[in-house]
Design a protein around this ligand. Structure first.
Ligand code: UN1
Length: 485
């Protein structure tokens, strides 16, 4: 590990040019806070408006580019990401704190997303219908929307931006991307690849900086036609209000409080693996994380004992150490928030069965032991609010019906899982879980890149992301009537 990366400045890519002016923010490795990964140049409001103007100007050309050009660009980006997945994955893990396996895996997923949308470019089709009036043909086609503002979180620094950027470019839109402040090195790596692949100037812009400056500029600028956002519910509702007042199209992916039901007839080993993976891997920093483990009576004690044993076998440590199963928390704010929820859980009467304390990993980093509460009630704050850390609670249920009612009793609706060997209960759950994603005998987190992703209730707003369904957000429909002859 180099302790001298602090010389690197991650700039902004605006109108095809890199610039490194402005206030510099330190990019710190959460596994070892002595390690400064680099510095990012925070853009000003003027920089953001310049990027939007450039994207607006580039739209005319890009929206009329042919499928071959778009395919070739996306294919080249995907190929380079995949070829460099180990190197980029390592950088991602160093700056974000997910384990090396998770960082490399996420990078590979980003490459696959670009290759998927490279193919989708070639498949965009319309419809031709007859009119109810004679001698008129109707053609229904999808056209690009315009400049897309892309605002992304720190927890998936490359896969998540990729599934927005690749889709935007595939369908002929131009992009202004504001990544999270905590992950500028990964953003820089992705933007460099996009530029090197020959993306025309202005078609893709990277603007680092604060939400209150760059985010606000994107929301306020009338030349931004649509905004896709992933982040907190609180920021999401600000984004929504701004988009409504200026009639921007929007797509919001926000929090989760995802239930994993474990029924008496579950395979115990499968259930424990689903719970450990869903609740604690990626340090619990996934909107798809399982944070409510809803367990029926006869398996409850065996499940808790086996899960606690599994938690004790997990090694929490430096993200770059191949022996680590779980990396650090992303930063000190998030760590304090997680520990705050551990206190809240205790105060509200849940029993802390395992973990939940700071961990000394022998170096200055944001380490905590994953926490498991038992005897929790679904009305407690730890069962209602998204924590976004390695903190889960077990809630007892009498039977499947009560478990389902508890699972659906939440303001969120992203992912919902069940562990059971009963076809009847699995099928009933698939139909009745109030969530965008249902997992049967699988962790609530960990999704494929080629199928729709999104939720219900407070988790999501607007059309789905990913797969063919992405066209709904990134295109607008035109109905053309043509008089024949
Ligand atoms: C996953 O579970 O594989 O921010 C992806 C998040 C989600 C992505 C989850 N938007 O955690």
């Amino acid at each position: 590990m180099s302790l001298s990366g602090s010389q690197t400045i991650y700039g902004n890519l605006i109108d095809g040019e890199w610039s490194t002016g402005g206030e510099l923010a330190e990019d710190i490795n959460p596994s070892d806070t002595r390690d400064v990964v680099g510095r990012s140049a925070r853009a000003s409001r003027q920089d953001a408006d310049h990027a939007i103007a450039s994207a607006r100007q580039a739209f005319a050309g890009w929206s009329h580019s042919g499928p071959q050009q778009r395919h070739d660009l996306l294919k080249q980006i995907g190929d380079e990401i995949l070829a460099r997945k180990d190197e980029i994955g390592r950088l991602l893990s160093r700056e974000e704190g997910k384990t090396l396996a998770e960082g490399v895996g996420e990078t590979a997923r980003a490459g696959q997303v670009f290759l998927f949308f490279a193919q989708e470019v070639l498949r965009l089709a319309g419809e031709k219908l007859g009119s109810v009036r004679p001698a008129i043909d109707i053609e229904i086609t999808r056209e690009p929307v315009g400049v897309i503002g892309i605002i992304t979180p720190w927890n998936f620094p490359i896969a998540l931006p990729s599934w927005k950027i690749a889709a935007a470019l595939a369908y002929g839109n131009t992009v202004v991307w504001k990544p999270a402040d905590l992950v500028p090195a990964t953003a820089n790596a992705l933007a460099s690849i996009i530029k090197r692949a020959g993306c025309p100037k202005g078609v893709f812009n990277l603007v680092n900086g604060r939400g209150s400056v760059v985010g606000e500029a994107i929301l306020a600028n009338p030349d931004v036609a649509a905004v896709t956002f992933t982040g907190s519910v609180q920021t999401g509702s600000r984004v929504a209000a701004a988009c409504v007042s200026s009639f921007k199209k929007m797509q919001l992916e926000m929090g989760g409080k995802n239930p994993l039901i474990v029924l008496d007839d579950a395979d115990l080993e499968v259930a424990v693996e689903c719970a450990a993976n869903g609740a604690f891997f990626s340090t619990g920093q996934r909107c798809t994380a399982s944070s409510r483990l809803i367990v029926t009576e006869a398996i409850h004690d065996r499940f808790v004992a086996a899960l606690v044993a599994r938690m004790r076998s997990l090694s929490v440590g430096d993200a770059l150490d191949p022996a680590s199963h779980i990396g650090p928390v992303v930063d000190d704010n998030q760590l304090r928030q997680n520990l705050g929820y551990v206190d809240i859980g205790r105060t509200d009467g849940a029993k802390l069965a395992e973990g939940g304390e700071l961990l000394d990993a022998g170096k200055p980093g944001h380490y905590m032991r994953p926490a498991l509460f038992t005897e929790a009630d679904n009305s407690m704050r730890i069962a209602r609010e998204e924590i976004f850390g390695p903190v889960a609670c077990v809630i007892r249920a009498r039977d499947y019906e009560e478990a389902l009612a508890i699972a659906n009793d939440t303001a969120f609706g992203l992912s919902a899982g069940i562990c059971t060997t009963s076809l009847k209960h699995a099928s009933h759950f698939r139909r009745n879980a109030e969530a965008g994603i249902v997992m049967v005998n699988l962790p609530t987190a960990g999704i494929d890149f080629h199928v729709p992703f999104g939720g219900r209730k407070g988790s999501s707003y607007g059309p789905r992301e990913q797969g063919r369904y992405a066209a709904e957000f990134y295109t607008t429909v035109k109905t053309a009537y043509v008089m024949a002859g």
